[in-house]
Design a protein around this ligand. Structure first.
Ligand SMILES: [Zn+2]
Ligand SMILES: [Zn+2]
Length: 153
């Protein structure tokens, strides 16, 4: 079981509190100006202003982490208040130009970030059009929408 000190729990957002109010409360509690917090967190003053005015209600992971550190609060609080959306890096679709059947879903193993070669035939995997270098738009496409070259050799 993880124990948190009382001091940290004191900085928890109240149930009715919105992200904007919460950040302003913690910031003023730390006697930081908006500018000082912007500098401390590395966020743009303008971005911070938008957050505090409630114009920005969702924070990406990087901003959350930076703000949580600067405000000395747990990142989960900001995560909860910003809709709990965790930004996952978009996985790049990769295909084996040899084994892939156009129109079918590529093997999950091909798209694994560390896969470079096809597990079945050893062919170099491809995430971009061999013709123009644009990222593969969809595995439902047989041809590159940018240059018309077939994705499969
Ligand atoms: Zn293959
Ligand atoms: Zn192309």
């Amino acid at each position: 079981m993880i124990m948190y000190t009382l001091g940290e729990e004191d900085n928890a957002p109240s149930p009715e509190e919105a992200l904007a109010e919460y950040i302003r409360r913690i910031r003023t509690g730390l006697a930081l100006s908006q500018k000082a917090l912007a500098e401390k967190s590395g966020l743009h003053l303008q971005s911070l202003g938008k957050i505090e005015r409630g114009k920005t209600t969702r924070l990406n992971q990087k901003s959350r982490r930076a703000l949580a550190a600067a405000l000395e609060v747990r990142e989960e609080y900001l995560e909860k208040l910003s809709g709990g959306v965790t930004t996952q890096p978009v996985q790049t679709i990769k295909i084996c130009p040899n084994c892939w059947i156009p129109g079918s879903e590529p093997e999950a193993m091909w798209s694994h970030p560390r896969s470079k070669f096809c597990f079945a035939c050893g062919t170099g995997l491809r995430s971009r059009c061999a013709g123009c270098g644009e990222a593969m738009a969809s595995f439902r496409f047989r041809f590159c929408p940018h240059c018309g070259r077939p994705y499969k050799d």
